[in-house]
Design a protein around this ligand. Structure first.
Ligand code: AMP
Length: 433
């Protein structure tokens, strides 16, 4: 099936040709015809499936066909996203797809001065991509009205709920006109999300692409077992080999469970002569954009991120995803490793599993219905772990995390630490799987 046969207009097809998209992805095939008819849509899909184009392309055509000029301080299409990164990513795609249709696209999210956004909205815009908090600020300060919205998109609804945006969404819906087209996307569809969707949608078409568990098929997955405090040594060694001449790493995205953890990884890598940047909620918007820009450009090829910050990261050519800690929600693992298998590409995902994360690993294997292959610890691992353990005092740690990093006294080591057997010049711990 081609984009032409889906009934898209010439300006949109021209933009797609420029992006070199040869054919629609499954979600695009399913969603575009429904949306062109003006129907509401419930989409169960995660990022990486081509979902942004699935909702933007038909919307561009519908907005262009109506040929209305947006009134001052209004928008014709509102896209709500949970994070700034995702919002700017969507806006970037929307601008590229609507290039020849000549629609105006702007963003509104926290972390940047509100005055700039007010000016952008003064004349009115065709497409506004916003996070809920800043959107409400703009409306309450009378810089924006939603009464002219023709199309509403709620993206990553499950993440919105996790981030506590539920009340904000219920508030926003009261400001919207009843007559509108609504598109609701979520990677997962638990009962609470389904109920929220019912509030927003009228007789929606439903599309569902590759449930979470099957989208990971293209990613080669591995798990290495070590103690939490040895992970930094493992990471350093893997990156050194991976980025050496015989290595196959090109761009590596590392997931950390906490913001402090992400910063600490960056500092420890820097201490070992490896450049990396972190991206998380404590970073200012310009810092986040800069880190992402350097990563996209391949100038700093290692990015350490927390789950929330990583939501909007759409970088082609992420060769490896490293789960420095396993997420405690199995679906999150699928989201994470999906970063390395975007739009048809293959990738490698490596998880570091400490003894207290074994239950998380079991949940992940249950969800994905795959057993993750064990990657042995590299040769010389124990010596490197000891070296890094003795040098890490130089890196300041947040108080509440200090305890985890104290070397355990002899005799109290974890059950994996005791089971050591030599392997090829280094020493490998039996995983006990
Ligand atoms: P999304 O799920 O919207 O985050 O899109 C994931 C990635 O797939 C983005 O880098 C898009 O540019 C890319 N993409 C979307 N649709 C297509 C397509 N039909 N062919 C090739 N790449 C696509």
């Amino acid at each position: 099936m081609s984009f032409q046969s889906l009934g898209l207009s010439q300006p949109v097809l021209q933009a797609l040709a420029q992006k070199n998209y040869a054919q629609p992805t499954p979600i695009q095939m399913q969603a575009i015809p429904t949306l062109l008819k003006g129907r509401d849509l419930l989409g169960i899909a995660q990022t990486g499936t081509g979902k942004t184009a699935a909702f933007m392309l038909p919307s561009i055509d519908r907005l262009s066909a109506a040929r209305r000029v947006p009134r001052p301080q209004t928008c014709r299409m509102l896209v709500l996203a949970p994070t700034r990164e995702l919002a700017s990513q969507i806006a970037e795609s929307a601008a590229a797809y609507s290039r020849f249709a000549r629609l105006s696209v702007t963003t509104a999210f926290g972390g940047v001065p509100i005055g700039k956004q007010r000016r952008a909205l003064e004349r009115g815009v065709d497409v506004l991509v916003a996070t809920p908090g800043r959107l409400i600020d703009l409306i309450e300060q009378r810089m924006l009205s939603l009464r002219e919205v023709e199309i509403l998109v709620l993206d990553e609804a499950d993440q919105m709920m996790d981030l506590g945006f539920i009340h904000a969404l219920k508030q926003i819906v009261k400001w919207l006109p009843e007559k509108r087209q609504t598109l609701f996307f979520s990677a997962t569809m638990p009962k609470a999300i389904r109920e929220l969707a019912d509030k927003f949608l009228t007789d929606p078409g439903e599309v569902r692409v590759a449930p979470a568990a099957t989208t990971v098929e293209r990613v080669e997955q591995f798990v290495s077992f070590c103690d939490q405090r040895e992970k930094q040594a493992l990471l350093t060694m893997m990156l050194r080999t991976g980025f050496s001449e015989r290595g196959n790493m090109d761009r590596v995205l590392i997931f950390s469970r906490t913001k402090h953890g992400a910063d600490r990884i960056v500092k420890l890598l820097a201490g070992n002569g490896i450049a990396a940047n972190a991206i998380h909620g404590n970073k200012s918007q310009p810092q986040r954009e800069k880190a992402l820009g350097l990563f996209k450009a391949g100038e700093v090829r290692i990015l350490v991120a927390t789950d929330i910050a990583a939501r909007g990261i759409d970088v082609s050519g992420v060769s490896h995803v490293i789960n420095f800690e396993l997420p405690n929600v199995a679906e999150q693992y699928v989201h994470r490793i999906g970063r390395t298998a975007r739009a048809g590409a293959a990738g490698i995902a490596i998880a570091y599993c400490a003894p207290d994360e074994r239950a998380y690993l079991r949940d992940i294997e249950k969800l994905t219905r795959q057993r993750i292959e064990e990657a042995p610890l590299p040769p010389g691992f124990n010596a490197e772990a000891a070296r890094i353990a003795s040098s890490r005092v130089a890196v300041p740690m947040p108080r509440h995390e200090e305890r985890r990093w104290q070397p355990r006294p002899q005799g109290q080591r974890g059950r994996y630490a005791g089971a050591v057997k030599p392997m090829g010049g280094g020493r490998r711990r039996a995983s006990g799987r």
